[in-house]
Design a protein around this ligand. Sequence first.
Ligand code: SAM
Length: 280
Amino acid sequence: MIKTGILYICPTPIGNLEDITLRALRVLQEADLIAAEDTRRTLKLLNHYNIKTPMTSYYEHNKQQKSTYLIEQLKAGKNIALVSDAGTPGISDPGEELVKKALEEGIQVVSLPGPTAITTALVASGLPAGNFFFRGFLPRNAKERRLCLEDLKGLKDTIVLYVAPHRVLDVLEDCRGILGNRKIVLARELTKKYEEFIRGQLSDVITLLSNREIKGEMVLLIEGNSSVQGEENQPWQSMDIKSHILWNMKKGLSKKDAVRVTARERGIPKRQVYAESLDI
Ligand code: SAM
């Protein structure tokens, strides 16, 4: 009987090519096949370390049919190293589905520790790192993004987000509007030549970035809500339900969403808030 192969989750550098473990290099060298998000990008890494293992692509738009092929290869006894463009596969990158399918098929999955932008940014941010909440990329749609921030508002843990440079100002403005003028850190171009940590209150960073070109990859870290307990600092506490709904609508929420958020903030049933919204 053929022994099934192993699926290795193989983190790769997020910028500096030296940031790869000896074990990851050995696995890449010894695997029968590398499943790469972008074969051209991974080829640069392989060339740098003189690794000649064959590659096949595995990315967002072929992951369904490609994972079937990769599972067949694993079942046929091939060892596969899964890599993404940068960092750890499965973290805002393809990987999750393949791992799930492999586990369903009883295939061994081995996770190699290695780089990810999350922890690289977090531990140097100066914000509490013991408890954090990673939310990945916020939705592109402004309304969905704001709703998502509403959901994060009460979190006491440090919030970690991925953000594209062309959206960063919009995201920061939304954060200031919804979360308040909190302390943030923008960790840019980690491990690369122009690595930079921009620290300050949201309004300071917005002013700074409004006057300069914003380029590169970045992680946004936001201090948690330290006033969650008791929520005595919330402006809506002095409002009646209707004013509270209107206050949420002024932030750009539709009436329906404002009802939902108001109910959650007050900790009362939605139908009670809905009843108050009928004549708005
Ligand atoms: N799997 C990757 C990881 O483990 O970090 C993340 C992939 S996600 C598609 C890419 C996002 O990660 C970027 O838009 C950026 O937010 C963040 N990122 C990746 N490399 C980075 C770097 N060198 N500096 C700052 N952020 C980075």
